[in-house]
Design a protein around this ligand. Structure first.
Ligand code: BG6
Length: 328
C-alpha cells in the first residue's frame, strides 16, 4: 500500500478541488462540487477521463465529463435530471493513505426536493498506480424507508469511437432508451458492443466485469476554462484498455448504462461540442432499471474498480490510428 499526498488549497475553474498524488506519478483531481472526479492521469499526462471543452463551471450546472454521480434518481420525475448529488457541494470526510472520502448529508434543499428523507452519502476514492476505486455508500438516517437509484457515470477518453469495443456484455439483456417501448433486447453472443450510431442502453442484471478497449490514454492535460482541445482528433499517445470491476454490497442485479450521443444529440447539448462524440463514451455501473429500497439505519454500497491493462507500445505504434494528430 502506497501513501498518497492530498492537496486541498487549490481551485480549478474557480471551484475548490482536492488533488491526490500517488508516488507512481498517477494523479486524481476532484471538484467538491458534485464530488466530481474530472481528471485521472497515469503520469506523463496520460489522461483516462474525457472532459468536454464546452463544460460549464458555474457551481450549479452539472459538469460534462469525468465521473458525475447520479443520486437519488436516474430519469425524469420530480427531481432534477440524474438527481441532486452531482449539483451539490460535498465536504471532505477523511483523507487517509490512498483514499479520499467525501460526504453529503441531507439539507433543507434536498429535504424539500426529496420527501424529507434523511441520508448520508459517503463517496470514497482510492488511487493506486494503475487503478482507481470509487465507492458510493448510501446510509438511511431517517425513520422511514426510502427508494433511490444511483449510478457512477464514467466518461472515458477514447482514441476513436469507431474503433472502440466494450466486452463482457454478449448474451446480456438490455433496454434501449432510444426506442419507444421497454421491450428488452439481447446483445448477440460473441459480439462486443460497438459504437456506430447513438447508443443509450441499460444492460440489466449486468456482469461484474466488463472491459473497454480503445482508450486514448492521451497526452493531454485538463486546463482551466475548459480543457486542452481533444475534439475530433485521433490523439497521439499510448492507448490501452480498462477493466471495470463492479461490486454491489447486498447482492447482484446491478445495471450498466452505455452511452454515446453521436451526431444529432451532440448538437443539441449546449455543454458538449459537436464533434466530441468521436472521443468519448460512458460506461456507467449502477442501479437504475429498478429502485433500491433502503430501510432506516441501513446502508448500501456500489463500487467500481477501474484497472488500466495494457498501455500500448509507444507513440504511433500502440494505437489504431497511426502517429500524429489525425483529423477523423
Ligand atoms: C446517460 C443517459 O446516463 O446520461 C442518457 O442514459 C443521457 O440518456 C446521458 O443523455 C447524459 O445525461 P445528462 O443529464 O448529463 O445530460
Amino acid at each position: 500500500m502506497s501513501t498518497c499526498m492530498f492537496v486541498t488549497d487549490q481551485t480549478h475553474n474557480n471551484l475548490p478541488i482536492v488533488q491526490i498524488h500517488h508516488p507512481s506519478g498517477s494523479q486524481l483531481l476532484v471538484y467538491l462540487f458534485g464530488a466530481h472526479i474530472f481528471s485521472w492521469n497515469l503520469g506523463d499526462q496520460r489522461e483516462v477521463l474525457f472532459m468536454s471543452d464546452s463544460a460549464i463551471f458555474d457551481n450549479a450546472t452539472p459538469i460534462r465529463g469525468g465521473i458525475p454521480l447520479v443520486f437519488p434518481q436516474f430519469g425524469g420525475g420530480d427531481l432534477p435530471s440524474h438527481g441532486f448529488a452531482r449539483r451539490s457541494v460535498w465536504s471532505i470526510h477523511s483523507m487517509e493513505v490512498d483514499t479520499l472520502v467525501l460526504k453529503l448529508t441531507d439539507n433543507e434543499s434536498t429535504r424539500n426536493m426529496w420527501n424529507n428523507n434523511k441520508f448520508t452519502l459517503l463517496y470514497s476514492i482510492k488511487l493506486e498506480a494503475d487503478s482507481i476505486t470509487t465507492s458510493l455508500c448510501v446510509e438511511n438516517q431517517g425513520d422511514k424507508p426510502f427508494n433511490f437509484q444511483a449510478l457512477l457515470h464514467t466518461y472515458f477518453l477514447l482514441r476513436n469511437i469507431k474503433h472502440t469495443t466494450l466486452n463482457g456484455l454478449s448474451g446480456k439483456m438490455f433496454t434501449d432508451k432510444l426506442k419507444d417501448n421497454l421491450q428488452p433486447f439481447v446483445q448477440p453472443e460473441g459480439q462486443p458492443v460497438v459504437f456506430d450510431r447513438e447508443i443509450d442502453r441499460i444492460f440489466i442484471d449486468a456482469p461484474s466485469t466488463v472491459t473497454l478497449e480503445g482508450l486514448a490514454l492521451s497526452n493531454i492535460n485538463h486546463g482551466e476554462n475548459n480543457n486542452a482541445s481533444t475534439t475530433c482528433y485521433a490523439l497521439n499517445g499510448k492507448d490501452g484498455s480498462v477493466t471495470i470491476d463492479i461490486n454491489v454490497d447486498g447482492g447482484s442485479g446491478h445495471d450498466i448504462v452505455v452511452w454515446n450521443p453521436w451526431i444529432d444529440k451532440s448538437k443539441r447539448m449546449t455543454d458538449f461540442s459537436d464533434d466530441e462524440y468521436h472521443n468519448m463514451c460512458c460506461v456507467e455501473p449502477g442501479y437504475v432499471s429498478k429502485w433500491e429500497i433502503l430501510e432506516p439505519n441501513t446502508s448500501w454500497t456500489i463500487s467500481q474498480k477501474l484497472v488500466i491493462n495494457d498501455v500500448g507500445k509507444s507513440d504511433g505504434t500502440g494505437g489504431s490510428s497511426g502517429s500524429g494528430e489525425t483529423k477523423l
